[in-house]
Ligand binder design. Structure first.
Ligand code: PMP
Length: 322
């Protein structure tokens, strides 16, 4: 069976995906079109980064990502058979089996074909894919992997709010949580913006579809929305811990959109983006230069940490061994 509009055949022929304990060739890693995960958006996931260091490839904060993945599964009610230690091993094994991998996508899903929202067969599969998104996916499709724009042009979303905890908790990385921001970001992209920023139900700044948000005030202090309204980004937490270590002040507090326009600097954080300086919001420039000095320094510091060059944060890096 081939899929004319979605041909994985050209992608990552040499990659293998860890599925329930077996390394499966990439093109064979498929689920049924009527699977529960596909039909209901019930797939839970996490996304980790792999970095080259003097100690060889390392996974960034693997235990924190695995813990967040378990929280997501719990919030969605997926009965996972694997625990933290087994998931951690699976991540390291998938990276070892796929040299040159830059990221790891950890997935839990119900592969069973189901009719109702509640599955009859609720067995959960785990799939761990370690790969290079630019080479294995974008370039393999014939696309040109564009670098991240160095400074992002943001649209402050006006129609769609970020996740409401009484619908699906913002702490859950579940596929269904990404459809609403997808609609908004797609529209913003067509209008020439790189990324969107969403507000929460009460109108406070929350986060981007796959990034957390910070602003920097005129005293160089960081401000970021509180934990209850956003996904608990591992990069967000890392930036706060680095700030504390380096003596940079920070506050976690509800922020009104107006705060953006008085900010000296603003940036997004995420596993793919790292520290991603914001150039403008709704075409209004933020600060004087992009990146501003605080964003630039934190971005540099974060890259040093992930490259294994900061001994105080070496414990965030797990060598994959092999
Ligand atoms: N918010 C949302 C909604 C996300 O999906 C992500 C990506 N995981 C982030 C923030 C950033 O989190 P992290 O730094 O762990 O990549």
């Amino acid at each position: 069976m081939t899929y004319p509009n979605a041909t994985p055949e050209g992608e990552a022929p040499d990659r293998r995906i860890w599925i329930d304990g077996t390394l499966v060739p990439w093109p064979e890693a498929r689920v049924h079109v009527l699977s529960h995960s596909h039909a209901r958006g019930s797939l839970v996931f996490d996304y980790l980064s792999v970095h080259e260091t003097d100690r060889g490839p390392v996974v960034f904060r693997v235990d924190d990502h695995v813990a967040r993945f378990l929280t997501s599964a719990e919030l969605v009610g997926l009965p996972l058979a694997l625990g933290a230690a087994e998931l951690r091993q699976a991540v390291l094994e998938a990276v070892r089996a796929n040299p040159g991998a830059k990221v790891v996508k950890l997935n839990a899903f119900i592969p069973s074909v189901e009719i109702d929202v509640v599955p009859v067969d609720d067995r959960v599969s785990v799939a761990v894919a370690a790969f290079d998104p630019r080479l294995d996916v974008i370039a393999a499709k014939g696309g040109v992997p564009a670098p991240f724009p160095t400074a992002v042009r943001i649209w402050l979303e006006k129609e769609r709010r970020q996740r409401r905890p009484d619908i699906m908790h913002p702490h859950a990385k579940v596929a269904a949580n990404y459809t609403s921001p997808m609609v908004a970001k797609w529209r913003a992209r067509r209008n020439g913006y790189d990324e969107i920023l969403l507000v929460d139900d009460a109108g406070f700044l929350a986060e981007g579809p796959t990034t957390n948000f910070f602003l920097v005030d005129e005293d160089g202090v960081l401000h970021t929305p509180p934990e209850d309204s956003v996904l608990l980004g591992i990069t967000r937490r890392s930036i706060l811990e680095i700030a504390k270590h380096d003596g940079v002040g920070f506050v976690e507090e509800p922020l009104r959109p107006e705060a953006l326009f008085g900010a000296s600097e603003a940036f997004l954080t995420g596993t793919s983006a790292g520290v991603w300086p914001i150039r403008s919001v709704d075409d209004r420039p933020i600060g004087i230069e992009t990146p501003g000095p605080v964003s630039a320094a934190l971005g540099r510091r974060f890259r040093e940490v992930t490259a294994g060059r900061v001994p105080d944060f070496a414990h965030w890096l797990t060598p994959v061994g092999g």
